[in-house]
Design a protein around this ligand. Structure first.
Ligand code: BV8
Length: 226
């Protein structure tokens, strides 16, 4: 196994845990207008709708359990201490609940609330609403701690550094449509890493990868880790 592995995960790794993906047939973006629920403008226009969207996903995530793919990645990290970094686009906590420790949520976390006025973060309540006030500054400026379209993803400096140092870059369960995450494979390849795609089907960036295995993550990820 390589010494330094960066693993990018997307909604597909949580699909077998029962959490919806975004762009598959009945995905979230077929049922919700992305601009209404995953942009700052949408939140400004209708905060109640956005809180309803994330409250439902927070409840689903809390009721879901990690699947064999999450557990296999936790095993890989345990067997190769210090060698594995998971960069996830997912806002659920299934990697952590499977036992992974080094996880960067570049699009934020459902389990966190954020104050848009003072930047305070705290564990999100089960249901958030527009009238909620910040426990630190009392401003009624509470929002889900997720990165919306047009907002800058979290942990970008650490991710860029890890991509430059990686021997192996693996993308699991992502369609390769959302940037800057979809560009990570090229950054890693340019720095000399080997690249592998593990997905249900070829992603939009499939041609950027050296190798690929296709199938449900719950099957192909444990096979790859074994
Ligand atoms: C930004 C919120 C400035 C949280 C989300 C070029 C460069 C930079 C930016 C852009 C650019 N072009 C356009 C942009 C702007 C935009 C963008 O990418 N737009 C797209 C639509 C074209 N990007 C942004 O605005 C980002 N910010 O750019 O800031 C900047 C510029 C440069 C450098 C740094 C910063 C912010 C993007 C974050 C938006 N927030 N969500 C939430 O609600 O969850 S995005 C949303 O899509 C989720 O976070 C999700 O994780 C993400 C990616 O989707 P996927 O995870 O890939 O899920 P999807 O359904 O698409 O695919 C699932 C895959 O799994 C499929 O391939 C399927 O086959 C597979 N699958 C299904 N079942 C299984 C499976 N695989 C295995 N097993 C299974 N069982």
């Amino acid at each position: 196994m390589a010494e330094r592995i960066v693993i990018l995960t997307g909604a597909g790794i949580s699909a077998e845990s029962g959490l919806g993906t975004f762009r598959d047939g009945d995905g979230l973006w077929s049922r919700y207008d992305l601009n209404a629920v995953a942009t700052p403008g949408g939140f400004a226009r209708d905060p109640a709708l956005v809180h309803e969207f994330y409250n439902a996903r927070r409840a689903n995530a809390r009721a879901a359990a990690p699947n064999a793919a999450h557990r296999a990645l936790a095993r890989l990290e345990r067997d190769w201490p210090g060698a594995v970094l998971i960069v996830t686009q997912n806002v659920d906590d299934l990697h952590e609940r499977a036992g992974s420790r080094d996880v960067l949520h570049m699009h934020g976390e459902l389990a966190q609330a954020l104050c848009a006025a003072c930047g305070a973060r705290w564990p999100a309540p089960a249901a958030m609403a527009p009238g909620d006030s910040c426990p630190a500054c009392a401003a009624r400026a509470v929002r889900p701690d997720v990165v919306w379209f047009g907002e800058y993803p979290y942990h970008m400096d650490r991710i860029a550094k890890a991509l430059r140092a990686a021997d192996l870059f693996v993308a699991i369960g992502t369609s390769g449509h959302v940037y800057p995450a979809a560009g990570f494979v090229q950054e890693a390849a340019q720095a000399g890493a080997r690249t592998l795609e593990l997905n249900l089907e070829p992603s939009a960036t499939a041609s950027d990868f050296d190798a690929a295995r296709f199938g449900p993550a719950g099957v192909i990820v444990p096979d790859w880790v074994a």
